[in-house]
Design a protein around this ligand. Structure first.
Ligand code: CA
Length: 319
């Protein structure tokens, strides 16, 4: 298995400490030693790319107070219904739970507080380029194309726009410090085989009942499915739960074989999400979980809300 320490990917920034996807959360992750900073990308009404996890604004901003009438029939406030300038004026908060009556993670940054803003994709790339210049480091980016088919139905083709911005910032070749990720297998195929994208691509692996895309994730996890993925992508981003189960006899974690199978097809494995306040079942501590996935399964990178804690696991092992 690979001997290099796995890549530490700051999931929505150092989102365990500061509201997700704010530049403050990215700066903190940068300072904590993350190798890559994640950007989820969605598109505004005026076709601008912004960094936000949901296609809605309501779980992480004050949009419902500022623009109470601007929701759709389902009650949600869609990014696609707001201009970039309107979105810039919103305050970003710690993520609320699905009911909206409390924060999703009770021990994180206080609810509904702080003066944080949403950044455009270009602003965030400029910010990271600036930090790379002033620090002399080369921290990478890890953009996710969110719901490309949904965006397409809503009238915008986001991938070419994203590639154009990446090109402008010098991200062009497979050797550049960028991984491009998407749940939608067809979009990845299109990026690679129609849009001429040479960047490293990561196929995210979800569950079919999420209805995130029409990709069949059960099929994708088979040998045949992985062989197909390997024709397009450089790696997979599975959920932690897809990589192990707990033995009935002693409750110990046992590999599902997905990591070694992916490796046999030449695919890197970057699972999501290591959280100190939401441990994967069967593990007592964050450190024990990270250590097991790295040493026993041989994962190549990991998405974490707590890049400092992940970094410390390897720092103590490599010294
Ligand atoms: Ca993501």
């Amino acid at each position: 298995m690979p001997n290099d320490p796995p890549l530490i990917i700051a999931h929505r920034g150092a989102s365990g400490y500061l509201p997700e996807h704010t530049l403050e959360a990215k700066a903190l992750a940068y300072g904590m030693g993350a190798d890559y900073l994640e950007q989820d990308v969605v598109v505004t009404r005026d076709d601008q790319l912004i960094v936000l996890h949901d296609i809605y604004l309501d779980r992480v901003t004050d949009v419902a107070e500022r623009f109470p009438d601007r929701h759709r029939a389902d009650g949600r406030f869609y990014v696609r219904d707001f201009e970039l300038e309107e979105i810039r004026s919103l305050r970003v908060w710690e993520r609320l739970n699905s009911k909206g009556d409390a924060v999703e993670f009770p021990n994180r940054y206080p609810a509904r507080s702080g003066n944080f803003r949403i950044a455009s994709f270009e602003e965030e790339l400029e910010f990271i380029a600036g930090l790379n210049r002033s620090s002399g480091r080369s921290v990478g980016i890890y953009p996710e194309i969110k719901r490309p088919a949904w965006h397409q139905d809503d009238g915008v083709d986001m991938s070419p726009k994203l590639l154009e911005i990446l090109d402008r910032f010098g991200y062009r070749e497979s050797s550049d410090p960028v991984f491009l990720q998407c749940f939608d297998a067809r979009e990845l195929q299109r990026l690679r085989h129609e849009l001429g994208c040479k960047l490293r691509l990561i196929q995210l692996v979800g569950e079919n009942d999420w209805q995130e895309s029409d990709t069949d994730y059960d099929q994708l996890r088979t040998g045949e499915g992985l062989a197909q993925v390997a024709k397009t992508a450089d790696g997979i981003g599975p959920g932690l739960w897809q990589l192990y189960s707990l033995a009935e006899i002693d409750g110990q974690p046992v590999s599902t074989g997905l990591v070694s199978q992916a490796h046999s097809h030449g695919l890197a494995v970057h699972p999501y999400t290591f959280r100190a306040d939401q441990l994967p079942p069967g593990f007592e501590t964050f450190e024990a979980a990270v250590q097991w996935f790295v040493e026993t399964l041989g994962i190549d990178g990991l998405f974490t809300d707590f890049p400092d804690k992940a970094f410390r696991v390897f720092a103590s092992h490599s010294s």
